[in-house]
Design a protein around this ligand. Structure first.
Ligand code: DAH
Length: 347
């Protein structure tokens, strides 16, 4: 065989081997290429080596040198590719455990929830424990025991959310059966009755929750809102103590520039009764009603089995939304229930 054709075969071998090595995608493919081209028993280089003996004496140095060179080049390439394949993959393709993970979106408490928690906290500092009552109430707790008789306008079926239970009377005709009809409570004063029914005096509780009234919805009215009820029963309770508690409460939540004022009013469950206003700003020229209050009516004390000669007490009910609106300058009560994240994220 001529040296030209031997050299050509070595060149072809080199090209094919380098292409196979560079194209090996993993260690197994690289090993297959090694066996095919450099394998000691059946590799293609071994076949070429067998042909070296056919070269003439003059050709031998040239062909031999090229043979060694090709062998070296191919095994170098094999080693290099082996190192590349055994290297850890580039960081952008692998998991880098030192990178911070994707941050889960963390929500926040609803502004009213924040307000409620703060209210309970403030009342707790004044020594009031938290009591709870159901939102679906009977007429005894929502009206009767609170000294609201059957013919009282507050019991008008059109002013309450009576439930259409099978056992109920006919609310449309105003003949709801007190023993069985149920309604969504219209006030948290219900909890006063529940607490006094199952606890002897003295009592010092507050209760926070939703109340329901079929009001026309506007910027300051909603058919569902929140109230905080307060009740204190002890001998010798006075109206002055009531006013002090409400003033301290309002100042604890809103700051010291807020003023409280009482206006004579009427509630069936208190005597005397007042409506409570707070100053809207520091000029004192604008007032906002925040709730009602008064000395617990003897009829209420009797209804729960207390002796009005032995104990006295005060009670109050405050609208929670109004406090939150004043503190954060929220212009419309509907923002609280619109579920607009642009609003909610501000709290
Ligand atoms: N329950 C009354 C209302 O919803 C508010 C109220 C007034 C609560 C006087 C009281 C109270 O405890 O003593 O309008």
């Amino acid at each position: 065989m001529s040296s030209g054709s031997l050299i050509a075969q070595l060149d072809a071998f080199e090209q094919a081997a380098l292409a196979a090595i560079r194209g090996a995608a993993d260690a197994a493919a690289l090993e297959a290429a090694r066996i095919e081209f450099l394998g000691a028993r059946q590799g293609k280089l071994r076949d070429l080596q067998a042909l070296l003996g056919t070269a003439t004496r003059e050709e031998k140095p040239v062909v031999g040198r090229r043979f060694n060179e090709v062998k070296q080049v191919v095994s170098n390439e094999l080693d290099a590719r082996g190192r590349v394949l055994s290297r850890p993959r580039r960081p952008d393709q692998a998991v880098d455990v030192t990178l911070p993970g994707p941050r889960p979106a963390i929500g926040r408490r609803h502004p009213l929830t924040q307000t409620i928690l703060e209210f309970k906290d403030i009342m707790g500092r004044f020594g009031f424990t938290v009591a709870d009552g159901p939102e679906v109430e009977d007429e005894w707790h929502n009206f009767e025991a609170l000294n609201i008789p059957a013919d009282h306008p507050a019991r008008d079926p059109l002013d309450n959310f009576f439930l259409a239970t099978a056992a109920a009377g006919d609310p449309q005709r105003g003949t709801a059966n007190s023993a069985t009809s149920r309604l969504l409570r219209s006030q948290t004063s219900t909890v006063q009755i529940r607490v006094m029914e199952s606890n002897p005096p003295p009592i010092r509780i507050c209760s926070v929750g939703r109340v329901y009234r079929p009001d026309t919805i506007d910027a300051t009215h909603s058919c569902m809102f929140h109230q905080m009820e307060g009740l204190l029963i002890a001998p010798g309770t006075t109206m002055a103590q009531l006013k002090t508690v409400l003033r301290l409460f309002a100042q604890a939540y809103l700051g010291h520039d807020v003023t409280i004022r009482f206006r004579p009013s009427f509630f069936p469950f208190t005597e005397p009764s007042v409506e409570v206003d707070m100053s809207w700003d520091s000029t004192g020229s604008r007032w906002l009603e925040i709730g009602g209050a008064g000395m617990v009516d003897p009829n209420v004390l009797r209804a729960v089995g207390y002796d009005p000669e032995q104990v006295t007490g005060f009670a109050f009910g405050l609208g929670i939304e109004r406090f939150c609106m004043r503190r954060h300058q929220v212009p419309d009560i509907r923002y609280f229930t619109n579920n607009d994240l642009r609003f909610l994220r501000q709290f």
